[in-house]
Design a protein around this ligand. Structure first.
Ligand code: GLN
Length: 478
C-alpha cells in the first residue's frame, strides 16, 4: 500500500526498495479515478506518467543518481504551459490550444525528474475565489462536497487535499493559492514577486501574478521553490537575488517579532470564531517569548478597491490577445467583418466573470477616467508599499487571517460579486506589495471546515530557522 507523507520520506522508501515510482503513479491514477466527482482534474496524463515512472525506476535500479524531484507526482493548474500539452486557462476561448513550450518553472521541475500527472481545474483565467467560474464546471471541496474549495487554484488545492498528487502548482494574483489552501486544510505559498519566472504562466495581471506551490509539508514546498526560483532570460522581472537553500532546524529558542493589525482582527466582516482563534494563537506566541505587537494600519478598506482597479486594467490589456485570429477559439459565424469577428469570438469564448473584468479594466483605463481610478489606485499601492516596508523595519512577519470566512456553500456567493471580491481583504495585500506570504492550516471551525493563519514576510526575507516545524499526518490516513 502506497502512502505519502513527504518527498524526503518517499525518496527514502525508493532507496530502500519499499516503493517504486510506478507504484506511486498507479496509486494516484487510481485515486484520481475514484475522485472524479470532485472535478479537480481537467485532463490526466496517465500513459505518459506511467511511462515516465517506469523509466525513472529503471534508471534508479541501474545506479543512476536520483534527481531532487525523482518520481514526485505533480499537478499543474491549467494556466501553466507544458510543451505539447493542452492549456486553456479553464476558458472556452483556449479550448484545444496546445502549448508550444513549457513554462520555465515546469522545465525546472522536469529537469529534476518530477512527473506531471495532469492539469488542474481553476477559475477561468484565474479570476475568481470559488472555482465556480470554469468552462469545465465547478470543483468540490473534498471535506464537504456541498462547499467550494476556494479559488482560483481550487483544483490544485483539492488535488493535494484529496491525495491525488504529492504537490501542485497554482498561481496567485490576489490570493488564489492561499485562499483555496485555507479552505482545504493544506499549506500554500505565494513567493515574493519576481522569485519564480512567469514565462509560460498565462497572464492575468502581470505586476501581481506569481506561480505558487501547494503541498502537505513546508519542506516539500521549500524544495519546489528552491528548484523553480531564480533568474530566467525569458522574464526580466525575475530577481537576481540569491536563492537560499532551506535547512529545517527547529530552534525553539529563537525569538521572532510578529506584527498584527487590530483593524484586521476586529474587522466586522471577519468570522468571530476565526478572530478568536488567531488572537489565541497570538497569545501563545507571546507566552513562548516572541515579540507580538499590534501595529496601526488604516489602509485595509482601500486595498480591495485598489486591487480590482489595477488587476482589471492589466487583465483587459493582457486578454486582448484572444481575438480569434492568432490562436484559440474562433466564432463559427462566417461572412462577417473583422470587428464582428472579434466581437462574436470574444463574446462566445469568454465566460461572464472574465468579461466583467475586461470591461471594468477597459473602463478604468479609458481617457476620462484614467486619473480618477487607475492613477489613484497606483498611489494607494505605493502608499501601502511604504507602510508595509516601514513595518518590516521592526518586525519579521505580519500575521493576518487568510479569509474572513471558511469554505462557503457552492452557489452562495455567485450572485453577489461584491461579497466575493471583499472576501479577499486579507490576501490581496501581499500581491499589491509583492511580498511573500504563506497560508498554514492550524485551526478547525465549528462548521467542520479547516482554516489557517497567513504569514507575510518582507521581500526576499531570509530567516535562519524554522520555528516549530512539525510533520503533518500522511495523506492516506484521511
Ligand atoms: N480571487 C482573486 C481574483 O479573482 C484572486 C485571483 C488570483 O489570485 N488569481 O482576482
Amino acid at each position: 500500500m502506497f502512502a505519502f507523507t513527504s518527498i524526503e520520506q518517499f525518496h527514502a522508501q525508493l532507496q530502500e526498495g519499499k516503493n517504486t515510482c510506478l507504484q506511486a503513479v498507479e496509486h494516484y491514477l487510481h485515486r484520481i479515478d475514484n475522485s472524479r466527482h470532485l472535478n479537480a482534474f481537467i485532463e490526466v496524463f496517465a500513459e505518459e506518467a506511467l511511462a515516465k515512472a517506469k523509466q525513472l525506476d529503471a534508471a534508479r535500479s541501474s545506479g543512476k543518481k536520483m534527481g531532487r524531484l525523482h518520481g514526485v507526482v505533480i499537478g499543474l493548474k491549467d494556466v501553466i504551459c507544458y510543451k505539447d500539452h493542452r492549456v486553456s486557462g479553464a476558458s472556452g476561448i483556449l479550448e484545444n490550444f496546445i502549448s508550444l513550450y513549457s513554462a520555465t518553472a515546469v522545465e525546472r521541475l522536469l529537469a529534476e525528474e518530477g512527473i506531471i500527472i495532469g492539469r488542474l481545474n481553476c477559475d477561468e483565467f484565474a479570476m475568481g475565489s470559488s472555482n465556480e467560474h470554469s468552462a469545465y464546471g465547478k470543483v468540490l471541496n473534498a471535506i464537504d462536497t456541498s462547499r467550494v474549495p476556494g479559488g482560483s487554484s481550487g483544483g490544485s488545492a483539492v488535488a493535494v487535499q484529496a491525495g491525488l498528487c504529492m504537490v501542485s502548482l497554482g498561481s496567485d494574483t490576489g490570493g488564489s493559492v492561499r485562499q483555496p489552501v485555507d479552505f482545504c486544510g493544506i499549506i500554500g505559498l505565494k513567493p515574493v514577486y519576481g522569485r519564480i519566472s512567469r514565462h509560460g504562466l498565462i497572464a492575468y495581471a502581470s505586476s501581481f501574478d506569481q506561480i505558487g506551490i501547494l503541498g502537505n509539508t513546508i519542506p516539500d514546498i521549500a524544495l519546489l521553490l528552491e528548484i523553480m526560483a531564480g533568474p530566467d532570460e525569458y522574464d526580466s522581472t525575475v530577481s537576481r537575488e540569491k536563492v537560499p537553500v532551506c535547512h529545517f532546524v527547529p530552534d525553539p529558542g529563537k525569538k521572532i517579532r510578529f506584527a498584527w493589525f487590530k483593524e484586521a482582527l476586529e474587522h466586522p466582516g471577519l468570522d468571530p470564531e476565526i478572530a478568536l482563534a488567531i488572537k489565541n494563537k497570538i497569545r501563545h506566541l507571546q507566552e513562548e517569548g516572541h515579540e507580538v505587537a499590534t501595529v496601526e494600519f488604516n489602509l485595509l478598506d482601500y486595498i480591495v478597491p485598489a486591487y480590482y482597479v489595477l488587476t482589471t486594467a492589466e487583465a483587459s490589456s493582457n486578454l486582448s490577445r484572444y481575438d480569434g485570429i492568432k490562436y484559440g477559439y474562433r466564432t463559427p459565424k462566417y461572412g462577417i467583418g473583422l470587428t464582428e469577428l472579434y466581437e462574436y469570438t470574444r463574446s462566445e469564448g469568454f465566460g461572464k466573470e472574465v468579461k466583467r473584468r475586461i470591461m471594468l479594466g477597459t473602463f478604468v483605463l479609458s481617457a476620462g477616467y484614467y486619473d480618477a481610478y487607475f492613477t489613484r489606485a497606483q498611489k494607494v499601492r505605493q502608499l501601502l508599499l511604504e507602510r508595509t516596508l516601514a513595518i518590516f523595519k521592526n518586525y519579521d512577519f505580519i500575521i493576518l487571517p487568510v479569509s474572513p470566512v471558511t469554505a462557503f456553500k457552492t452557489g452562495e456567493k455567485m450572485t453577489d460579486t461584491i461579497a466575493m471580491y471583499l472576501a479577499e481583504i486579507y490576501t490581496v495585500m501581499a500581491n499589491l506589495v509583492g511580498c511573500p506570504a504563506v497560508s498554514i492550516p492550524l485551526f478547525r471551525h465549528s462548521d467542520g471546515m479547516p482554516y489557517g493563519l497567513q504569514i507575510i514576510a518582507n521581500r526576499f526575507y531570509v530567516i535562519s530557522c524554522v520555528y516549530g516545524y512539525k510533520r503533518r499526518r500522511p495523506q492516506n490516513s484521511r
